[in-house]
Design a protein around this ligand. Structure first.
Ligand SMILES: [Zn+2]
Ligand SMILES: [Zn+2]
Length: 389
């Protein structure tokens, strides 16, 4: 197929002289196959994300045959194995653990026996007359729809050979590699906003190539959902088509989507995991100690410390201790980095001899400067004690 397509596109029907209609036919033949695979093979028959009446199922079975990816029955049972045993090198037919080429198309060349295939339920497929018919007559349907019909269609504008090459061979390669990318690249590159329990990831690029199947991380987390891209801004035309057919026709009586709660839980779970990883990267000495870790100082002790000189003292032999929010903050090591300057810290610091312990809380919280959240966090790092009068 690859050799024939390249030979056709270079010699038989050169791309430079391509008829506009033939190019449109190529795109249409590719896109019909793409929607046939995503809406039919994948979301309907593999995952039962919705129910469809006979006319729609017939149309999707025909469109999916244009994908040249085997019958619905052949495709679906392998895909169910992929979801049941994702990444398992033995039981996942296109396990990403076996490398990019294997998961892309290498697996097709090996007729492996799958020891757990008997665990896969085929009852729903066998009871669907559309699936049975397509399986029985798959090769003539696929060859007629995928190679012969484009040539017949392009005869209308006198380009039967171009129709065969571009609407047939080239369009078949496009749909192949776009679908294969979901098994290969969508398990290698992209984000994991919903789960990291397997290698599935999401990328806009793959979504653009596959009528919306690129958000593969969500799909693996919630395979029963009719959408692959649930977030605002996700590219998922397959979900939009399903939504419209459900709203405007009687062809889709039931459409399944997860609850908002499940969606929020998955997303929040990954965000808090990410947050804890970021926290782990912060050096321990830059993390504010908790209240219980700090000693308690009374006025006497605070004055004693404020009087300290020698190696613990700041410039001019003065220790810059401040009382903020009921905590003693030792600003001595920070004084030279303080954006407001050392002078203001000195002015508000606790005197060793004063009658009362000077409280700088109001000054810190807006009287002298309304400190930012970041500045407040920095201040907390320098807390050395709780203050009790
Ligand atoms: Zn996958
Ligand atoms: Zn799937």
């Amino acid at each position: 197929m690859h050799v024939a397509a390249v030979y056709g596109a270079v010699v038989l029907s050169p791309w430079r002289d391509l008829h506009t209609y033939t190019l449109a036919l190529c795109v249409a033949s590719w896109q019909l196959a793409s929607f046939g695979i995503t809406l039919g093979y994948h979301r309907l028959w593999s995952h039962k994300a919705y129910t469809a009446r006979l006319p729609l199922r017939t149309a999707l079975a025909f469109m999916g045959s244009l994908g040249f990816q085997g019958s619905i029955k052949w495709w679906v049972v392998r895909h169910r194995l992929h979801h049941r045993f994702t990444d398992d090198p033995v039981h996942d037919p296109y396990s990403a653990q076996l490398g990019l080429f294997w998961s892309h198309c290498g697996w097709i060349y090996y007729k492996r026996a799958y020891p757990r295939m008997k665990m896969i339920d085929k009852g729903d497929l066998e009871s669907d007359p559309v699936v049975r018919f397509q399986h029985r007559h798959y090769i003539p349907i696929a060859l007629t729809a995928g190679l012969l019909l484009p040539a017949v269609a392009a005869r209308q504008w006198g380009d039967a050979l171009g129709g065969f090459v571009w609407g047939g061979l080239v369009a078949r390669l496009l749909i192949w590699h776009c679908t294969f990318m979901i098994n290969s690249l969508a398990h290698y590159i992209g984000d994991q906003p919903y789960s990291e329990e397997n290698s599935s990831r999401g990328t806009l690029f793959i979504a653009l190539c596959t009528s919306g199947e690129g958000n593969h991380n969500f799909h693996h987390a919630f395979p029963h959902d009719y959408r692959n891209g649930p977030a605002r801004g996700d590219w998922d035309p397959s979900a939009w088509v399903l939504h419209l057919l459900h709203a405007l026709t009687n062809q889709i009586p039931y459409l399944h989507r997860i609850t908002d709660t499940d969606y929020l839980k998955a997303k929040a779970g990954m965000l808090s995991l990410e947050a804890s990883r970021l926290h782990e990267r912060i050096p321990k000495e830059n993390v504010a100690r908790s209240e219980s870790e700090l000693p308690v100082w009374g006025a006497g002790e605070v004055r004693e410390r404020a009087r300290a000189s020698g190696e613990h003292a700041g410039q001019g032999g003065k220790q810059l201790l401040l009382l903020i929010d009921g905590f003693i903050v030792d600003a001595t090591p920070y004084a030279d980095s303080h954006p407001g300057g050392r002078g203001i810290l000195t002015e508000w610091s606790i005197s060793a001899t004063g009658k009362r312990i000077k409280d700088s809380t109001r000054a810190f919280d807006g009287l002298v400067n309304k400190h930012s959240k970041g500045a407040k966090e920095t201040m907390r790092v320098y807390r050395v004690a709780r203050y009790e009068e």
